[in-house]
Design a protein around this ligand. Structure first.
Ligand SMILES: Cc1ncc(COP(=O)(O)O)c(C=O)c1O
Length: 370
């Protein structure tokens, strides 16, 4: 028996983007902006900061392992029973619990290649067979995925809208796909960017369908502006949720994360403002990128992915942006080497990004854009 299982040895280490501090140090720049991790650029809501601050004196106590108050609020908001709600250290924490709860050694996982990298790491670390299906035109190819479902398929992962492409599959595509999924297969329906796509009419809201074998995952990391707290939630049939509750780390999520979530759910104004800022930013960036002749994937999320002809250009672009104090995300690790993902920022950040883009474009006269 090897000390480290082969499937763990073979895992590539996760390469995060550069931090603001690293870029300041390495490039000697004072003002650095990060448009790389699809975070809410406005910071957490004031109410959340105040509520968390007020309760930090209780931090010597363990948190409520059942997450009762926050689960109850979520259940009320979405018209469910508390038994249908699970919390985790980010939605990735819940994904991890799902893998540990439901997979037997001979079970298989089905997922789209080049979708959310966090799931890819969890799937490869599980030791189970994973069937990675190619995406088509930067979108989920649900037809091909449906054809690959077999009697061993236990977990299917769907991110909708998808990261890093920003595309979505629609209600009909989703319903069509679900016809092929057996009742003993669990579908992880990852809706991390759900709030940003809410106004898109044919983008499915998985809550509306309530399939018994679908676990919907959502997060406080994106529109709620709480990525650093590590807080996500999931909805599903109580038989699934009760088993997840047994397997999740007992004191996940942390006490401040639970307080932050409770406070954030009461601050609708912050969410409305954040969505509106993002809509304006997406419109502005899409318009300017088109004017400048850049090709990008139309997005329903809080990021836009630009396509270059080849990896070399994409990496060069990232480096030139870094030198000018803008951190963006190359997508080599995701399997899209020709692409670069830009998180939509505040209006000032978006304007600075476009201004810098114009400088670079001129400097690199003839940068070949797809
Ligand atoms: C599709 C998708 N799912 C999940 C996550 C992770 O969310 P969390 O911070 O809740 O773990 C991300 C984060 O980038 C994401 O893009």
């Amino acid at each position: 028996m090897p000390l480290v299982p082969k499937y763990i040895k073979d895992l590539g280490a996760y390469k995060p983007g550069k931090s603001i501090e690293e870029v300041k140090r390495e490039y000697g720049i004072k003002n650095v902006i990060k448009l790389a991790s699809n975070e809410n650029p406005t910071g957490p809501s004031e109410n959340v900061i105040n509520d968390v601050n007020k309760t930090l004196y209780k931090s010597h106590r363990y948190p409520d392992p059942s997450g009762y108050e926050l689960r109850n609020l979520l259940a009320k908001k979405y018209d469910l029973k508390i038994e249908n709600v699970v919390l985790g250290a980010g939605s990735e924490g819940i994904m991890s619990s799902i893998m540990r709860t439901f997979l037997n050694p001979t079970d298989e996982i089905l997922a789209a290649r080049n979708s959310f990298i966090g799931f890819r790491v969890l799937a490869n670390a599980s030791g189970n067979t994973v069937n990675w299906i190619k995406m088509k035109n930067y979108r989920y190819d649900l037809e091909s995925m449906a054809k690959e479902i077999n009697e061993y398929t236990k977990v299917i992962y769907l991110a909708n809208p998808d990261n890093p492409t920003g595309t979505y599959f629609n209600v009909d595509e989703f319903n069509g796909f679900m016809q092929y999924v057996s009742k003993r297969t669990i579908v992880i329906f990852d809706e991390a960017y759900f709030e940003y796509a809410q106004s898109v009419k044919d983008c499915p809201d998985s809550m509306f369908y309530r399939y018994d074998n679908v676990i919907t995952l959502r997060t406080f990391s994106k529109v709620y502006g709480l990525a650093g707290f590590r807080l996500g939630y999931g909805f599903g049939h109580e038989n699934l949720i009760s088993n997840l509750m047994k397997v999740k780390l007992p004191f996940e999520p942390s006490f401040p994360a639970q307080i932050a979530g409770i406070s954030a759910l009461k601050d609708d104004e912050y969410i409305i403002k954040s969505i509106s800022l993002n809509n304006d930013g997406r419109k502005y960036l899409s318009y300017e990128l088109s004017l400048l002749g850049f090709k990008f994937i139309p997005s329903v999320t809080n990021f836009i992915t630009i396509k270059f002809k080849m990896e070399l250009e994409a990496l060069h672009f990232v480096e030139e942006m870094l030198k000018r104090g803008i951190i963006i995300r190359p997508l080599v690790g995701f399997g899209w080497p020709e692409c670069v993902r830009i998180t939509i920022g505040t209006m000032d950040q978006n304007i600075f990004f476009i201004k810098t883009l114009k400088e670079i474009k001129e400097e690199f006269h003839g940068i070949s854009i797809n």
